[in-house]
Ligand binder design. Structure first.
Ligand code: ARG
Length: 457
């Protein structure tokens, strides 16, 4: 049907309506999340264009100010939900350009000088991703802290330590909860590494090969609060997709932690265990069984870990066959990235509330301690009186029925070496969480200040 009367006219040419809908795909909807990022990027770009030594100037300082005033209006409309990306726009980039041209005429048509949608979308996604990563970092920190508070409050409450899910050795609720907290501290370091990899500006790479104009990429990067420009223009351009893949790998790692924590909680809140009780308002009922209080939240976190992993796999699989340079396939990495971030962040938030409201049943925990749980402690007692460990092991193994139950709390707390139930350094663990939290807060402030300066807010 190409060239038929059905063809739709877009900013960049006429196209068959079905092909238009097919190629624009979900961008018309998804790009709503990128409007502010697109406007910020454009504000930095026109500021740079107005400052470079080109005669006659591409844009004067006054031109740039007029464009920026219009961009500010677009941001306001976006916040009010009234900025529309049409199918003919295809995406946010052409929607903003159209709006600028409608308002400013020829001036609007100059804005796209020296850039491509390829570097523009890569830039928008990096601006979007860094904000999301900082949000995830704070949410991860909040959950890690809640787990640490929980651990500290129940530091010496005895809990059977298990291997193969079988009772193993005396342990504590403090050890169990702070282990998950420390895993999340690792995740926070991972998020900061991802943030740093992401925080370089691809703008000015244009279609991936630069432009024959003296553009100032470092200035654009500085104005937008990036740590600098991604250097090689082809590298800068094709970082898109690979960064998405890295971020989703990191997110699926966070979800792995949350899913396993959920699994533990599902087991330990079963009536047969009863170690913990979930907050009532985090449980759901049954439409037929009046007594039911189900851990749906935990089950959904477990399921969503699979979804985030699937998003990570989708992007990786999509990327691994792509040749260098821009390929339209990259557009398909947008939705998994957005979904992965939104899902992971919502899981972090809901788990935080759930842990904060979880209660500990000391009696049930105590009941888990049969005499067998002290078998290893008994062997080590014999070692203390001089017996070689292997002999002590066999002696206890041969006399298991003679074992007597010790005081579980005392047995757990006797392990006072670093990181053991009686040797947990909560302050050290807290410091590991606090440092990335401070980083997230100061970066958020810095980025907000850059945005305010750029748009003159
Ligand atoms: N919506 C497109 C994307 O996400 C924007 C870039 C289009 N570039 C192109 N060369 N067709 O990839």
């Amino acid at each position: 049907m190409a060239g038929s009367s059905r063809a739709r006219v877009t900013t960049v040419g006429a196209i068959d309506p079905e092909v238009l809908a097919f190629t624009a795909g979900r961008d018309v909807v998804l790009d709503r999340a990128l409007i502010e990022a697109d406007c910020l990027g454009t504000a930095a770009h026109v500021t740079m264009l107005s400052r470079i030594p080109v005669r006659p100037p591409i844009l004067t300082k006054e031109d740039a100010a007029r464009v920026i005033a219009e961009l500010k209006r677009i941001v306001e409309r976006a916040r009010a939900g009234t900025f529309v990306i049409t199918m003919e726009d295809q995406d946010v980039h052409l929607a903003v350009e159209r709006t600028l041209t409608e308002a400013l005429g020829d001036l609007g048509k100059r804005v796209h000088t020296a850039r491509s949608r390829n570097d523009q979308v890569a830039l928008d996604l990096r601006i979007y991703a860094r904000e999301q990563l900082l949000g995830a970092l704070l949410e991860c920190g909040a959950l890690a802290e809640t787990l640490l508070v929980f651990a500290r409050r129940h530091a010496d409450v005895p809990m059977v330590g298990r291997t193969h899910m079988q009772p193993g050795m005396p342990s504590s609720v403090g050890l169990w909860a702070s282990a998950w907290s420390e895993e999340l501290a690792d995740a926070m370091e991972l998020l900061i590494a991802l943030y740093r990899l992401n925080n370089r500006s691809p703008l000015g790479s244009a279609a991936g090969y630069g432009v024959p104009l003296p553009i100032d990429r470092a200035l654009v990067a500085r104005l937008l609060g990036f740590d600098g420009a991604a250097h090689n223009v082809l590298y800068a351009n094709q970082g898109r997709g690979r960064l998405e893949s890295l971020i989703l790998d990191g997110l699926s790692h966070i979800m792995l932690i949350l899913s396993r924590l959920s699994q533990d909680l599902m087991i330990f809140t079963m009536p047969e265990f009863g170690y913990f009780a979930l907050p009532a308002d985090y449980c759901t009922g049954s439409s037929i069984m009046p007594q039911k209080r189900n851990p749906d939240v935990l089950e959904l976190v477990r399921a969503k870990a699979a979804r985030v992993r699937a998003a990570a796999s989708a992007v990786f699989d999509l990327m691994r066959g792509l040749p260098s340079g821009y390929n339209r396939d990259l557009q398909e990495t947008k939705e998994p990235l957005m979904e992965g971030l939104a899902v992971t962040r919502s899981c972090l938030r809901v788990m935080n509330g759930l842990i904060a409201g979880t209660r500990v049943n000391r009696d049930a925990l105590q009941k888990g301690f049969t005499a067998y749980v002290f078998a290893t402690d008994r062997a080590l007692e014999l070692v203390a009186s001089g017996m070689p460990f292997r002999d002590a092991y066999h002696h206890v193994k041969g006399h298991l029925h003679e074992l007597t139950a010790l005081n579980p709390r005392e047995a757990a707390m006797k392990k006072t070496h670093s990181g053991a139930p009686g040797g947990l350094q909560f302050d050290l663990m807290r410091a590991r969480i606090r440092a990335p939290q401070r980083f997230a807060r100061s970066e958020s402030r810095r980025l907000a200040a850059c945005a305010a300066r750029l748009l003159g807010a």
